[in-house]
Design a protein around this ligand. Structure first.
Ligand SMILES: Cc1cc2nc3c(=O)[nH]c(=O)nc-3n(C[C@H](O)[C@H](O)[C@H](O)COP(=O)(O)OP(=O)(O)OC[C@H]3O[C@@H](n4cnc5c(N)ncnc54)[C@H](O)[C@@H]3O)c2cc1C
Length: 405
């Protein structure tokens, strides 16, 4: 006999775990299926997940508050109240201040594993919710009633809806026969190097980003006063940088950030991630929907990837309502709400990356003028800030609630 669920979510990353919590909150019987071990408690969750951080925007914060997980995440989160962005090769710069937008902060830097741990703890408190770990979704079978059957280790499970939240290399997407279009001119040749660093002058509750040829470098504020580096580099340069000693690596950052930070030292946890950029041609098929990186993966330069995924999850749950789970009309509504918005975000990030990565003189002049003009134009800056905060456009209700800050 097969276990029956309303929804099975494949993938317990940040987006899949959030999606499972959102469906469970709506009263659906949910199973979250994850390839890694995650049922061994906090120790396993911490060992499994990397120590990456994400900039979490206002829309996501609102969703976490409504889910009742923000209280757990907030004590280790670092609020940033300003963002400074500049071009290494010119005097062009742009800055955003929370105060100018009438807000206390622009967002929070949170460790990914803290978000996942808080969401899994929340899900475990929902009666009827199942977390099935060490289990890969590897095959799906269509049932006559329109649902799907999955063979999982030790059990067969049937569902009205399968959500593919299994990341950029999504197996669910592949099983559904959904193709992806590559976004970006050379999305196979770029890595992001991440590390924690100490700095002489501290971060001053500000997210810093320097655009330089080959890719941007960001220093994000951590709650302990240190910074988290995200540095996008062409793969060959990333190879060189990864071979350097911690001291030599910090020396490479001084030309970019030294003016603002003074000495940069104590580089820890240096790791690299291949940057993949793609967009799924459809987000849905019969009884199946893709969310998060399974549907789209975007350059990390604006810290949008997970935030877009949270909006996907919230829009899917809202579009489904209590009665429409797995129904074609609800799935179409979800796709209409999210695919266009995500396509715009992907295009904007690719355009920015190419504009700021270019060595051509005409492009350099254009970006310098564009950045300074944007800095002077309050309405355009507000538009950009709202896009980054996730509060522009067709925002799901759960992401709109005003955060009590
Ligand atoms: C360097 C860097 C910095 C970033 N910074 C930010 C930022 O500041 N802000 C932001 O919003 N975004 C940021 N992003 C993007 C963000 O990390 C991703 O968008 C986000 O993690 C995607 O989450 P996800 O849950 O969709 O996928 P994933 O995190 O990839 O999770 C997928 C899960 O599915 C599981 N899985 C895989 N296959 C299967 C299967 N067959 N069956 C079951 N489970 C499976 C995996 O084990 C994994 O747990 C950054 C990305 C990078 C690389």
């Amino acid at each position: 006999m097969a276990a029956r669920f309303d929804v099975i979510v494949a993938g317990a990353g940040m987006v899949g775990a959030a999606c499972a919590c959102l469906f469970a909150r709506q009263g659906a019987r949910v199973a979250l299926v994850e390839a890694r071990y995650i049922n061994g408690g906090e120790k396993n969750e911490n060992e499994n997940s990397d120590a990456r951080v994400s900039a979490i925007n206002l829309a996501a914060e609102n969703m976490f508050r409504a889910l009742g997980v923000w209280e757990e995440v907030a004590p280790r989160a670092s609020a940033y109240r300003a963002m400074k962005v500049w071009d290494f090769n010119s005097a062009a710069k742009i800055s955003f201040r929370a105060a100018d937008l009438g807000r206390d902060c622009l967002g929070h830097i949170v460790e990914n594993r803290d978000i996942v741990a808080a969401l899994l703890a929340r899900l475990r408190r929902h009666e009827g919710a199942a977390i099935i770990d060490n289990a890969r979704v590897n095959a799906i079978e269509h049932l006559p009633d329109g649902g799907l059957r999955l063979d999982l280790p030790g059990m067969r499970a049937e569902t009205r809806l399968l959500v593919g939240a299994d990341g950029a290399n999504s197996r669910v997407r592949e099983l559904a026969g959904i193709q992806t279009a590559r976004a970006g001119s050379d999305s196979d040749g770029e890595d992001a190097i991440v590390a924690a660093l100490s700095t002489e002058r501290g971060h001053r509750d500000t997210a810093w980003q320097c655009f330089c040829e080959g890719g941007p470098a960001a220093l994000l504020p951590l709650a302990n006063g240190d910074c988290s580096l995200v540095w996008s580099r062409p793969r060959a340069h990333a190879d060189e940088l990864m071979r350097l000693s911690p001291e030599e690596f910090c020396a490479q950052l001084r030309p970019l950030f030294g003016e603002h930070f003074g000495e940069i030292s104590d580089c820890r946890g240096r790791r690299r991630f291949a940057l993949r950029r793609h967009h799924a041609e459809h987000y849905i098929t019969d009884a199946l929907a893709l969310v998060g990186d399974a549907a789209h993966s975007i350059h990390p330069l604006a810290g949008l990837g997970a935030n877009l995924g949270f909006l996907d999850a919230a829009a899917l749950v809202e579009s489904s309502g209590a009665r429409g789970i797995g129904k074609r009309s609800a799935l179409r509504r979800y796709q209409r709400r999210r695919r266009g918005d995500n396509a715009v975000a992907l295009m904007m990030m690719e355009a920015l990356n190419e504009l700021f990565g270019s060595r051509r003189a005409a492009v350099k002049a254009a970006r310098s003028a564009g950045m300074n003009m944007t800095d002077a134009l309050a309405p355009l800056k507000n538009f950009l800030a709202k896009t980054a905060a996730g509060v522009r456009g067709d925002v799901p209700q759960i992401c709109r609630r005003p955060a009590a800050v």
